[in-house]
Write a protein that binds this ligand. Structure first.
Ligand code: ZN
Length: 280
């Protein structure tokens, strides 16, 4: 049976515009938001199932424990839980036929996009792969590319979709809200969004050749990290092989992207360990 990997983030879900909804601090708005996330995932699972495929769903936001499993419907497997080896992409391998980025957002520093950030809002200002600034979509698409799996489809705000079209020109995009600022958007009704997602997921699963975009950087791969503070760069230098590009930028060169991707998780943890949340 064909398998489609669906990585589900929260910031690009319809109706989500605020960090309170994103659950940085747990509150009532977050508990509503996670159900919006579930229902968009259900729409995509339904589309994938209608095209005769199984959905491998990755809970990919925050602690990666957002979607209550009993609310998910259809033929799916759920990859959830913190500290997964491949983080947002855990569950993908060479047996998957395509990837869907559901509820995604633009990379840090993108004007007029809802909650733009790149993995760690408090530490990372920019990440470049072989000199090209990338966001979560490209970083994760490289994991898929490593396994030979193309990106098929993405959803999120209008600015994010325009950004993704440049990185993955052939994919189907579903705009769920028109971003009007970092914490605001004009949102479509949820039923409209879910119907568009279901339709798009079915269409791309049936037409992988047409929509698939394999995102893969040839080795050697240079990962450059621009940190929020010099202290964050300093502590990353403790890892052998890391070199300093400038005061706040460190770099790492390797041939194996999965190794680089796992090391990225280490760098994020190191950087967070020297972040003073009262002094940023
Ligand atoms: Zn994210």
């Amino acid at each position: 049976m064909k398998k489609i990997f669906v990585t589900v983030d929260l910031e690009g879900i319809g109706g989500i515009v605020s960090t309170r909804q994103a659950g940085i601090v747990e509150n009532a708005l977050y508990h509503e938001a996670r159900l919006l996330m579930v229902e968009e995932a259900n729409a995509v699972i339904e589309g994938i199932n209608q095209a005769g495929a199984l959905a491998i769903v990755g809970d990919s936001h925050g602690n990666q424990l957002n979607m209550p499993i009993e609310r998910l419907k259809g033929d799916f497997l759920l990859c959830c839980g913190d500290d997964k080896a491949l983080s947002m992409m855990d569950g993908i391998d060479e047996t998957c036929s395509g990837v869907i980025f559901l509820g995604y957002h633009a990379r840090f520093g993108t004007p007029m996009s809802v909650m733009d950030h790149t993995y760690s809002p408090s530490t990372l200002r920019e990440l470049r792969i072989n000199g090209i600034p990338v966001g979560e979509a490209e970083i994760n698409a490289e994991v898929a590319g490593y396994y030979g799996v193309p990106v098929l489809m993405a959803s999120g705000d209008s600015t994010t979709m325009a950004q993704f079209k440049k990185s993955f020109p052939t994919i189907e995009t579903v705009e769920v809200k028109r971003s009007t600022g970092r914490f605001s958007a004009i949102c479509l009704p949820v039923d409209t969004v879910r119907e568009r997602l279901r339709e798009a997921a079915e269409k791309v699963t049936e037409n992988i050749e047409q929509y698939g975009f394999l995102y893969k950087t040839e080795a050697p791969i240079t990962m450059e990290y621009v940190w929020n503070t010099a202290a964050m760069a300093e502590i990353c230098m403790f890892v052998p092989g890391v070199f300093r590009v400038d005061e706040r930028t460190t770099a790492y060169v390797c041939d194996d992207y999965i190794q680089a991707f796992k090391l990225f998780a280490v760098f994020r943890r190191l950087a967070r360990s020297v972040a003073d949340k009262d002094y940023l």
